[in-house]
Design a protein around this ligand. Structure first.
Ligand code: C2E
Ligand code: MG
Ligand code: MG
Ligand code: MG
Length: 284
């Protein structure tokens, strides 16, 4: 019985609960091992503007030795809770910056911008700005080629701290995009104060943009809002030519999605970008 076992002992009476706790502990240990053994890879999904590939979003992939490929949706939350997102996020930043540095003197690739996702816990660290600047300095990557994707969740805690960090990084040329826009709780008053460069229309609004008038209205409103605030607007999750055409017609500046490519390994992204640079496709 729990009482007899004493105050300091946690007892689980539900075996399913025990199972969940055990699996989490295992996954957390696997995350540590995975980080040490370099089981993570950064994939790149091209972003298109005005008929050109202008860069890519870096998306984390984990090749788990026993379970195969694990989706970030299934390990980012645990990495956040356990704090492992800090070293993991730092690895992502370094990997993206090293790639940008390699491209810097390559005429076909030098203009590419790489967007990196940043978790709230990673961003809230006191040393976050220094970590980003260190990744840039160590690699020699041009700061203006790095873009950080933040989510609205960040805005809930300490808006002044968030703005201060963004301003510091912006002074070095780093760009900012607000990811999954429209799904969170950001107020328009905050949006006005943040030194952003881009809004990203969440894929949940893009999916049915042609069939659901509400989604179409939301997408158009985000484009109008972003544009009037002087921001670029990018749509994520574009899967069909009809979605792309609709968004373009309504003034959306850029897009990414399976229509062009899923996130792919670096070499594959580079090959695609070189091919596109060689033959510009009009109209897209
Ligand atoms: P996100 O940043 O909103 O990324 C967009 C997600 O949509 C990615 O899922 C991408 O693969 C997927 N996607 C891209 N194009 C399409 C499309 O046309 N259709 C559909 N249905 N999906 C598309 P992914 O790679 O599984 O990543 C999921 C989430 O995990 C990301 O959402 C991001 O929040 C998080 N994440 C991924 N990599 C990192 C990272 O390095 N650091 C942090 N903190 N979070 C990351
Ligand atoms: Mg993102
Ligand atoms: Mg997103
Ligand atoms: Mg999303």
């Amino acid at each position: 019985q729990a009482k007899k076992a004493g105050r300091d002992t946690l007892q689980f009476f539900d075996p399913r609960m025990q199972q969940v706790v055990r699996e989490r502990a295992t996954l957390e240990q696997d995350l540590r091992t995975g980080l040490a053994q370099q089981q993570f890879e950064l994939f790149f999904q091209p972003q298109v503007e005005g008929g050109s590939i202008i860069g890519a979003e870096g998306l984390l992939r984990w090749r788990h030795p026993g379970q195969g490929f694990i989706s970030p949706a299934n390990f980012i939350p645990l990495a956040e809770e356990s704090g492992l997102i800090v070293p993991l996020g730092e690895w992502v930043l370094h990997t993206a910056c090293e790639q940008l540095a390699r491209w810097a003197h390559d005429p076909a690739m030098a203009q590419m911008v790489v967007a990196v996702n940043v978790s709230p816990r990673q961003f809230y660290q006191a040393q976050f700005v220094d970590q980003v600047l260190a990744a840039l300095a160590l690699s020699g990557a041009p700061p203006s080629r790095l873009k950080l994707e933040l989510t609205e969740g960040l805005l809930l805690t300490d808006i002044d701290d968030t703005i201060e960090k963004m301003v510091q990084l912006k002074q070095h040329g780093v760009g900012f995009s607000l990811d999954d826009f429209g799904t969170g709780y950001s107020s328009l008053a905050y949006l006005k104060r943040l030194p952003l460069d881009q809004l990203k229309i969440d894929q949940s609004f893009v999916r049915d943009v042609l069939t659901d008038p509400n989604d179409a209205a939301i997408a158009k409103t985000i484009v109008a809002l972003g544009t009037s605030l002087g921001l670029r607007v990018i749509a994520e999750g574009v899967e069909t030519e009809a979605q792309r055409a609709f968004l373009q017609e309504h003034g959306c500046h850029a897009w990414q999605g399976y229509l062009l490519s899923p996130p792919v390994p670096m070499a594959q992204f580079e090959a695609l970008a070189r091919k596109w640079a060689a033959r510009q496709i009009p109209g897209h």
